[in-house]
Design a protein around this ligand. Structure first.
Ligand SMILES: C[S@@+](CC[C@H](N)C(=O)[O-])C[C@H]1O[C@@H](n2cnc3c(N)ncnc32)[C@H](O)[C@@H]1O
Length: 240
């Protein structure tokens, strides 16, 4: 059940519809892309195995990290305190959102995703998280609504990731933290060539090393840091 707190946090004029354990602000709009990797996220099957099979395997193979390692890194980067408002963008089945809810205590944790099937699975998993079906590129929250915003393993699937980064920065409060986990180009090919091949086949974008750190700096964030692990980068920053 969506609490009044999350309804109150939505942009004025937003008319959400209560769906399968989440609030839907998108209706018939589907901002997810048409390539295979993107369609998987809105399928019925993947959400059922995502948290316990797909994601742990992907984390081990592509990042060299366990689920517990990734949760610990996310919590370190976000510096969540009890009472904080936290947004998890591209939350999938809530596999990180629930850890944020534990850290935020009586604060408000919102998981946002564009996939109905991921959100239905998140709602079935339970936990003190409020779920919203929305677009990362057009977040339905006023400026400065959250003390911490996370976006793990989603930017590379989002059609316009730099638009999503701009939105993430917009909704972080001054002094608040941002944590991103995304792909990074590591092989012999230049990032643009690796991206053309991988994205053309799968829909998964391969970011250059500086794409995300440069974007955060251009938005005026401070303390911008990047840690590379396998084929992924953890990026964090603070809004001034
Ligand atoms: C691989 S899952 C990541 C789940 C979780 N954050 C994690 O780290 O395991 C990526 C999610 O991004 C969501 N997504 C893709 N495009 C989106 C968009 N434009 N707005 C919101 N969510 C989007 C997908 O539906 C999917 O659930």
């Amino acid at each position: 059940m969506a609490s009044a707190a999350v309804r109150d946090l939505l942009q004025p004029g937003c008319r959400p519809v209560a769906a399968d354990g989440y609030l839907d602000v998108l209706g018939d709009t589907d901002p997810t892309g048409s390539r295979p990797g993107q369609r998987l996220m809105v399928s019925r099957a993947l959400p059922l195995i995502y948290e316990r099979l797909w994601r742990p395997l992907g984390g081990r193979l592509l990042i060299g990290a366990s689920t517990a390692d990734e949760r610990r890194i996310a919590l370190e980067l976000l510096e969540i305190s009890p009472g904080d408002a936290v947004l998890d963008v591209g939350c999938g089945p809530g596999n990180f959102s629930r850890a944020f809810a534990e850290a935020a205590g009586d604060g408000l944790v919102v998981g946002l995703d564009a996939s109905r099937t991921m959100l239905a699975q998140a709602a079935r998993e339970g936990g003190r998280v409020q779920y919203v079906r929305g677009d990362a590129g057009d977040l339905p929250f006023p400026d400065g609504s959250f003390d911490a915003v996370c976006c793990f393993a989603a930017l590379y699937l989002i059609e316009d990731p730099l638009r999503a980064v701009a939105e993430i920065v917009r909704v972080v409060a001054p002094g608040g933290r941002v944590a991103l986990l995304a792909s990074v180009s590591r092989g012999p090919l230049p990032a643009s060539a690796a991206d053309a091949v991988v994205r053309g086949l799968s829909g998964v974008r391969v970011f250059g090393r500086d794409d995300l750190t440069d974007a955060l700096r251009a938005h005026g964030l401070s303390d911008v840091r990047r840690r590379i692990a396998g084929f992924a980068q953890f990026v964090s920053a603070r809004r001034v």
